[in-house]
Design a protein around this ligand. Sequence first.
Ligand code: BGC
Length: 774
Amino acid sequence: MFFVACNANETPQLGKASVDKVVAAMTLEEKVQLLVGTGMAGFSGENSVVGETQNLVPGAAGTTCPIPRLGIPAIVLADGPAGLRIQPTRKDDPQTYYCTAFPVGTLLASTWNVELVENVGQAMGNEVLEYGADVLLGPALNIHRNPLCGRNFEYYSEDPLLAGKMTAAMVKGVQSNGVGTSIKHFAANNQETNRMGNDARMTTRALREIYLRGFEIAVKESNPQTVMSSYNFINGVYASESRELLTDILRDEWGFKGLVMTDWFGGKNPPAQVHAGNDLLMPGAPTQYEAILAAANDGSLSMADIDTNVKRILKVILETPRFKGYPYSNTPDLKAHADITRQSAAEGMVLLKNTENALPFAPNVKTIAAFGITSYEFISGGTGSGDVNKAYNVSLKEGLNNSGYTLNVDLANKYETHIAAENQKNAPDPNNFMAMFMPKVYAAELLFSNAQLAGIAAGSDIALITIGRNSGEFLDRKIENDFELSVDEQKLIQTVSEAFHAAGKKTVVVLNIGGVIETASWKAQPDAILLAWQAGQEGGNSVADVLKGAVNPSGKLPMTFPVNYFDIASSANFPYDYQFDMQKAFGSFMGQGNAPKEPVRNEDYTNYEEDIYVGYRYFDTFEKPVSYPFGYGLSYTGFACENPTVTGKNGNYTFNVRVKNTGEMAGKEVVQLYISAPAKAMDKPAKELKAFAKTKLLQPGETQMLTLKITPRDLASFDSIDNAWKVEAGDYTAQFGASASDMLQSVKFSVAKEIVVEKVHNVLNPKEKINGIR
Ligand code: BGC
């Protein structure tokens, strides 16, 4: 690369002089300023060195520190995984800055469609670019270790392959706009309870195979510009202070070239973070600046560490639209993005039950009795930094109307009056700082007498009952009235189903939820169940598209729906009866430590005793019945999976399988490739997902050949004694499934002798023994 020659007296300018020259010209103070973000009003106090950067894009989560003398601009970092989160209105400015609320991560993963997710990413990234931000703080891909994690909706799956592939697709899509992403939260951030103080303790095998694997796939396949380290400790060390995690694994082993930033206010020891390779501390506080400066001055932190991180930050800045002077419009094509949202959301909805073709609605269905609060207040996404300030949110009622259906008017009026009154009562106190972080309190469910229901059934063609759930960061979910249905919800499903059945009419349940709920106890009652997830701002339209049959559902579960909460292996080590503690949740935000005390299990530390047996790996291997298995989802048509073949050797295999639409409606199907290992030399799950593919829209009778490939690394397991990824020798079975419990075809292959795929660092070992479940 050639740089414009600099006169010896001239100050080198970023982009004109080499990064090395710019760094050489920086004072220590300037370097440290760059390592620490510009603060967050109302929390840490603005970094004293900074002026107006926080108004570059109002509502963005943070900025880096500009150094005009050297031509270094501030860059803008903004949430989040379901779309850009900025302030929608500005003082003395008639223009609005609404962004598109896309479907939540879990819904996108349910599409199992990497092209679709890349398209969504392209649209999302375009809003980042056109609203003047530089790096999107997403996608988020922590593993769904337990359904009660309050942020699962932001994340993709219980399976690291699916999570990693979805992340790679999203990163490619967003970054195709020339803006950056920040894949988060690295790593093992699987609970919100005491999220800034919890130590995730696990074997290196569980860490590598389950909790790091998705990040590894994403880093290697999509080159994210940045990674966000997580709040928690991993085996006794804060993720943001772990050189083993951020340097030995992320950079040395995986080849990550971008920058690592902390999660907001994460970690306690700024010099240790710098040394670990956590380049940027966000949002940044004067105390961090001072701590780094002091450590540099007393020699406990090396200049080499500081320079390395400064260079990484400068390299990312060089890539940003702001550095390049992109003239952003502030007018992205919100209409086009709404169309993408509507279509992608419909593709990620999962049809869980459909008896006697209750769906799509028969032609004689015209008037719908819509029950359930969230039929009228459809939830587009979760709360916290995963939320988006959108211009509108299509409720189910509106979506059905838009699709030409009439709602039972008396019933709708009753709900709307009730909701308006309850919303007034439950309105969050604007003076309560905590309230802005808490999920909305929805109106209590309405119940109806048998006579009332008989009347409603007589005046409607079908019943729809929406069950809604919302959650967000800071808080994990509860078992009662959240994972489990409330008594009133159970009663509603039961009484409505009975009344409509008695009238010879059907009942459909729509699940407007962000995470897994209990389904086994009530799923026999309705005729159909559509898992709509939190589907973004066009949610009501997307659901209506599926109910009507304009879209044939092709979503598949990215996680298992268990029979009971306590059937889940991690339930033995997950906080479920925790009382929210403001001091703990906000301790670091407020700059206060938590008072020293005896560490409390599942709050201060969580032992991952289920090890690699997360999700279907557990249910399958230990033969526990589930309510709906991983990978499950029905269609309005049928598919056959034919002529499977395998070719290849030494760990590299290509599989072919032909999928045929055997039904009467066009549709898409996902083929899931599960592999069972010989499991002689190593403890292995009964089977693991190793590849997947989705067909195009197949017309009735049409076929498509799908090709799936795997490499030795895909087949390998982590041997924590030798610190190596190994493929066992022996006979393997590859099964093509319609879900983890429904195998359609299988082929066999053998690996002649053990393959040591990769030797890695002996790092991140647990400090205490972690009991296993085998
Ligand atoms: C969340 C991050 C988010 C950041 C900035 C934190 O509370 O954990 O996911 O990106 O805030 O808003």
